[in-house]
Design a binder for this molecule. Sequence first.
Ligand code: SF4
Length: 708
Amino acid sequence: GSQQVDRKVDSVCPFCGVGCLITYNVKDEKIVSVDGRDGPANHGRLCVKGRFGFDYAHHPQRLTVPLIRKPGVPKDFSDAPRPGDWQDAFREASWEEALAFAAGKLKDLRDTHGNKALAGFGSAKGSNEEAYLFQKLVRTGFRSNNVDHCTRLCHASSVAALLEGVGSGAVSNQVNDVEHAELIFVIGSNPTANHPVAATWMKNAAKRGAKIVLADPRITDIGRHAWRTLQFKADTDVAMLNALIHVVIEEGLVDEAFVRDRASNFEALRENVKGYSPEAMAPICGIPAETLREVARAFATAKGAMVLWGMGISQHVHGTDNARCLIALVTVTGQIGKPGSGLHPLRGQNNVQGASDAGLIPMMFPNYQRVDEPGAHAWFENFWGVPLDEKPGYTVVEIMHKALAPDDDPHKIRGMYIMGENPAMSDPDLNHARHALGSLEHLVVQDIFMTETAWLADVVLPASAWPEKTGTVSNTDRMVQLGKRALNPPGDAKPDLWIVQQIAQRMGLPWNYEGEECGVAAVYDEMRQAMHAAISGISWERLQRESSVTYPCLSEEDPGQPTVFIDTFPTADGRVKLVPADIIPADERPDAQYPFVLITGRQLEHWHTGSMTRRATVLDALEPMATASMNQGDLDALGLQAGDVITIRSRRGEVAIHVRRDDGTPAGAVFVPFAYYEAAANLMTNAALDPMGKIPEFKYCAVQVLPG
Ligand code: SF4
């Protein structure tokens, strides 16, 4: 940041949910560097993505003109070009033509086939204002609740359990609060790679004496700082967690007063965990009984014990049960509702918390008001001035199934509008998902690159990258944070907020958000009203001054509440509802034919489907190539060496990929990041869903591993 720049613009890192505040240094209309700002989540720190992942915005493959598919070009990957190479499949169009075509056909499908014929995916990469407006477009313009986004693939099960158990899907305590914890229980998470700056706060806490317990089938970097590592067998979370709860109850470590005054259904929990002694569970989860007892005692007796978890907990057919066990663990030990304790599902995307808060989910209006709850339904009908569907909509994976429904299914989905998501890379069982997307009668994709999803579109609308717009995002800590526009979009690309409004107007909605930056302040104010109390103290003006404000925040004077549930829980009776969980095995277990377990996930240098970070020069140079990880024993057994190419094959698809040695990967498993289009991990994953959260089982399916 020492070079001469034309301007410095304050924003927020566009990658992970930690929400580091940044400054873009702009020279000659290009970002030349990024500095960390002194934000409440990062105190000046940045990880490699935040520091170096910016020049994707200037990449020559940016979409700069609306595109319409040429007639007769098949919507599949049989002739897939390299990304960015779209000239054979699409022609350029004016905005007027593209918008008329995009919205006109959506309207036709709705009018011909009814309100269930359309669906929309918004994005956790966009702002709160974009998320709010997009879900409003679907509910009031498409006239159904078929709107969702990648939260479904991320923490949907955690949120389902949290709403049921504690009455709120957001974190109880902020990451920084590990400073006040005596024990930090990290489970199903690789924070050094996926929440890097947050991981530094955990490591600092360990240095001053806090005990980190890492519980994960993969031992990752944070394990080097751990007091105990519980490398449990993949898929045995419920067995292990119930064993910990068993110990707390059996050894008289229950916080009796807390359970008496603030929990319900304890007897059912106690009954249920009777069968889960550590001695009985040790052979199942692979952790010695004495270690389980030791960890349970330390957790229960710590002055503060805090649980942080990631996709390793949530992405299972029993993801909701996993999270229920974590809720039960903190409740029986009284480790919630005070500093240095509580429940923290680490949010992945920079705005997955905010997009969900803003109502970008099929079963809830903004701020988790259920679409089928008569009071909320009436309030929003009045607020938006249109009749609304009373039925929850379909979720991400269900929408893909409905796109392939028979023609006489009244809920068959025929047209979609996808803003800033890439399900042709991020959905499970990609051959199925891509076939579904390619089968739509009309697909409108709005994005900054020719993504794998855009490749299947009828019309592609060139959108704005994050540094090209002003808006708010909400991080994993419930901080609403403001990013300001540093650049203009390239060529004829437009801000997403403008595009959504243009589509809405062409579908007959009388929208009129006036003001700078496509009316972003007016949209924010409307969203703030729709969310009732939650962010009522966070005005647009306050955000200009403070950059970051934590919610719940009830008035302009309220500094925001970093720790919640201190006196009560926002459930019907004010208590935690304990929900017992039993073992439900993974949908697809290894067998003689498919003997390995595939675990998918992320890595430090690349973000999700790779469309941004693989076009960032430094990040691409650091990790240019798709790589799978296996431990030395498995490499030896297969006669492989690190660097060899292997084929990984499931019942649904296969990839060829280089293999890397990583002894933290458990025996019998292979880990594959999902960022690489040329070796797309999700070709192999299983679309089986958790029945509550409707999240697919990305963390476990059966594969073969073959040399070459
Ligand atoms: Fe960005 Fe997350 Fe890295 Fe912070 S930790 S710089 S928010 S990717």
